[in-house]
Ligand binder design. Structure first.
Ligand SMILES: *Cc1c(COP(=O)(O)O)cnc(C)c1O
Length: 375
């Protein structure tokens, strides 16, 4: 059996090696390191793939979230509601901009932000909701967009884990995750479903005016050379990363299908086990792109399993071991423990299994066998 990896970036490289190497050589020959044609082409390719009017590439996913919030003109003191169970970047940028993060609980079956909890957290100061499409599955956007409309709030999608996922609305239409709200933010961190060979990120929007504002913000607030109209940042996707992403984008759907196939095999191998809850897919097949394949161990043996994985060289992740509302950086007297029952439970139960495009049946069988023995 091949050595099991948590992510396998080398296997993917074999299929795109020629294109990537040629593009990188060209960039060096042309010294078009910054804002080169590769960046522009990738932007166009991604706009077409996502069916969105504007993609604005930037330095990383955290920047993308921050710039999206800056572009919307959110002001210190504005309250922004987001999930308690996510990667810290989501709440970090809210706090950095002196906005007030309001963390709320998530759903037990999808791990995504809970709609009732959003409603309960709205105050006259609330200005935005940030749903995170956790592990690759879009949050309940129909309801979130309804709430946002009713209360006049912006919706900023943290799409770092769900690029390529489709969201099917009640009205029968489908759109790509990240293009449903006012603005979406994504990351091209190497291990994400569309990963570069370094840092990268992008912002998506269908709003022309917002796109224009954001294009200036990523470039020091410049709309005309050396005229700085707003306070901006320096956040760029470099040409090398754009070249890698351009080579990979045509394979994204195939990558996501391959992840879904691995997910199916995991579910099959674990279905008899009463102490393991496998992820629920709440929409159609292509609504989940399995950035992570995260299971819940409900009999208290999660940490025992982690130990056995370690002993057998099976990589795994605990995403995330501590609720954000209990992190020192984000504690707040307003939070009451009784409002976070699900997150408090999930941090003790979740474990993410190896998931990438190069997993084979033998490896999955080996992993599920071990789980069924321990749990
Ligand atoms: C990865 C990730 C980010 C941040 O992306 P970076 O490119 O690492 O800055 C933000 N939110 C979520 C949910 C993520 O998984």
């Amino acid at each position: 059996m091949k050595k099991i990896q948590m992510v396998d970036l080398k296997g993917q490289y074999q299929h795109i090696k020629e294109q990537v190497n040629t593009s990188i050589e060209n960039i060096i020959e042309n010294t078009s390191f910054i804002n080169g044609p590769e960046v522009h082409q990738f932007q166009k390719d991604l706009e077409e793939y996502l069916g969105v009017k504007h993609v604005i590439p930037c330095g990383n996913g955290t920047d993308a979230l921050q710039i999206a919030m800056m572009g919307l003109g959110l002001k210190p003191g504005d309250e922004v509601i987001t999930a308690d169970f996510t990667f810290a970047a989501t709440v970090e940028v809210i706090a950095l901009l002196n906005l007030t993060p309001v963390l709320v609980d998530v759903d037990e079956d999808t791990f995504n932000i809970n709609v009732e909890a959003i409603k309960a957290a709205i105050t006259p100061k609330t200005k935005a909701i940030v749903p995170v499409h956790l592990y690759g599955q879009p949050a309940n956007m129909d309801e979130i967009l309804k709430i946002a409309k009713e209360h006049n709030l912006y919706v900023i999608e943290d799409n770092a884990q769900a690029i390529g996922a489709s969201y099917y609305s009640e009205n029968g239409t489908s759109k790509k995750a990240g293009t449903l709200g006012d603005v979406g933010a994504t990351s091209f961190f190497p291990s994400k479903n569309l990963g570069a060979y370094g840092d990268g990120g992008a912002i998506f929007t269908n709003n022309d005016e917002l796109a224009h504002t954001i294009r200036g913000i990523v470039n020091h607030g410049m709309y005309e050379r050396y005229h700085h109209d707003v306070v901006g940042v320096n956040s760029r996707l470099d040409s090398f990363q754009a070249a890698v992403l351009r080579a990979k984008l045509p394979f994204l759907d195939a990558y996501n299908t391959s992840r879904r196939n691995s997910a199916k095999l995991y579910v099959e191998g674990l279905k008899e086990n009463k102490n393991v809850v496998t992820p629920e897919i709440s929409g159609a097949q292509d609504s989940h792109v399995f950035h992570q394949f995260t299971i819940r161990i409900t009999n208290g043996k999660r940490d025992d399993l982690a130990k056995v994985f370690q002993e057998n060289n099976i990589p795994f992740g605990i995403y995330y071991p501590i609720p954000l509302h209990l992190q020192n950086a984000y504690r707040d007297d307003r939070y009451e423990e009784r409002n976070f029952p699900i997150t408090n439970q999930l941090v003790k139960e979740v474990i993410s299994l190896p998931m990438h495009t190069e997993l084979d049946n033998e490896q999955i069988e080996y992993i599920t066998c071990i789980i069924n023995k321990v749990v």
